[in-house]
Structure formats: structure tokens, C-alpha cells
Design a protein around this ligand. Structure first.
Ligand code: HEC
Length: 160
């Protein structure tokens, strides 16, 4: 009986291997897994890679980002004319305060977001805008591929 209980408590411990630190959006592995298959899954997961944004950005390709940005031009002006289209202009967006374009009518969700658009915030937002800011009126499915977002954000950073 006692052996069985011991065994079960190990099982539970194995399951508590990660937790999400909401303040930094990073996943911290606090316990290694015995099961190699599950371990592999964690190592290849995007959350793990997110931990090393600096490294990712050091490998960014601005020209690729320029191509990806074509997905945004129907709704966003990238030039310093800062025209309002369906969405707000994105000139100098990296580092800009969110919901800061005076004549654009933002959703309540984005008005309440109240953060600066750091590269990291853009990285998480652009993965799945509707999940990251619930209630946003930006109708865009998002960019699943990490490198696409990194390339795009590097291009956005050049708009200044
Ligand atoms: C179908 C139109 C549409 C597309 C496509 C689109 N957006 Fe948007 N975007 C919007 C709208 C509308 C808003 C305002 C959202 C709100 O108020 O909730 C917005 C807001 C934003 C904001 C916040 C701006 C601010 O001033 O706070 C960023 C950043 C942004 N979009 C980036 C992008 C990027 C990068 C792409 C391309 C990968 C893109 N968007 C594609 C419509 C779009």
C-alpha cells in the first residue's frame, strides 16, 4: 500500500513540470521529465524558443519581413504619411504606446491594453491577435511561424 502511494506521488510530480509566468510570458521548466517522448515535445515547443527572443532577433531577415508585411497593407499604412485606413498607421510602431493614434477609433479592448509596443509585445500579439487582446477589432488570423514574426517585426522596426 505505501509503495503504491509513493508511486502515485511521483506521477503527480512528473506532471507539474512547467508553469507559465504571466509577467514575462515565458515558460520556465522547473522539473525535468523522465519520459523522453514528452521531453522532446517541450524542447521543440514554441514557448521554449520564446525564451530566447534576443537570439531569434539576431537571426532576423528584414527583406523577408518586408514581404510578410504585404499581409498588413490592406489595413495599415506603413509610410510616414500616417494615413488612417481600416487600421491605424504603423509608422514608428516599435516602441510606440498602444492605441496612440489620435484620430483612430480603437476598440475598447485595445484602449484598455495600455502597453508600449515593444518587440516582445508585438511578437506575442501577432501570433494570434484575437487571443492576445480579447475583443480587438483587428481581423487577422496571425502568424504562427516564429521566424515570420521576428522577420516582420524587424521590418516594422525600420519604419522610422
Ligand atoms: C483586416 C484588417 C487588418 C489587417 C490585415 C491587419 N490589421 Fe492590424 N489592426 C487592424 C485594426 C482594425 C486595428 C485596431 C484594433 C483595435 O482597435 O482593436 C489594428 C491594430 C494593430 C496594431 C495596434 C496599433 C496601435 O496603434 O496600438 C498593430 C501593432 C497592428 N495592427 C499590426 C498589424 C500587422 C503587423 C499586420 C500584418 C501582419 C496587421 N496588423 C494586419 C486591422 C488589420
Amino acid at each position: 500500500m505505501s509503495i503504491l502511494i509513493l508511486f502515485q506521488s511521483f506521477k503527480v510530480a512528473d506532471e507539474i513540470f512547467t508553469y507559465k509566468d504571466d509577467s514575462s510570458n515565458s515558460y520556465i521548466i522547473i522539473k525535468d521529465m523522465g519520459n523522453s517522448e514528452e521531453k522532446k515535445e517541450i524542447e521543440s515547443s514554441e514557448e521554449k524558443k520564446d525564451l530566447n527572443l534576443e537570439l531569434l532577433f539576431s537571426e532576423a531577415n528584414l527583406e523577408e519581413g518586408r514581404k510578410i508585411a504585404k499581409q498588413c497593407v490592406a489595413c495599415h499604412d506603413f509610410s510616414n504619411n500616417q494615413k488612417i485606413k481600416i487600421g491605424p498607421p504603423l509608422w514608428k510602431i516599435v516602441g510606440r504606446q498602444s492605441a496612440d493614434i489620435e484620430n483612430f477609433k480603437y476598440s475598447e479592448a485595445l484602449n484598455n491594453f495600455k502597453k508600449d509596443w515593444s518587440k516582445e509585445e508585438l511578437f506575442f500579439f501577432l501570433e494570434k491577435p484575437k487571443d492576445y487582446i480579447k475583443g480587438t477589432k483587428m481581423v487577422y488570423k496571425g502568424l504562427v511561424k516564429t521566424s515570420d514574426r521576428v522577420d516582420l517585426i524587424t521590418y516594422l522596426e525600420s519604419l522610422k
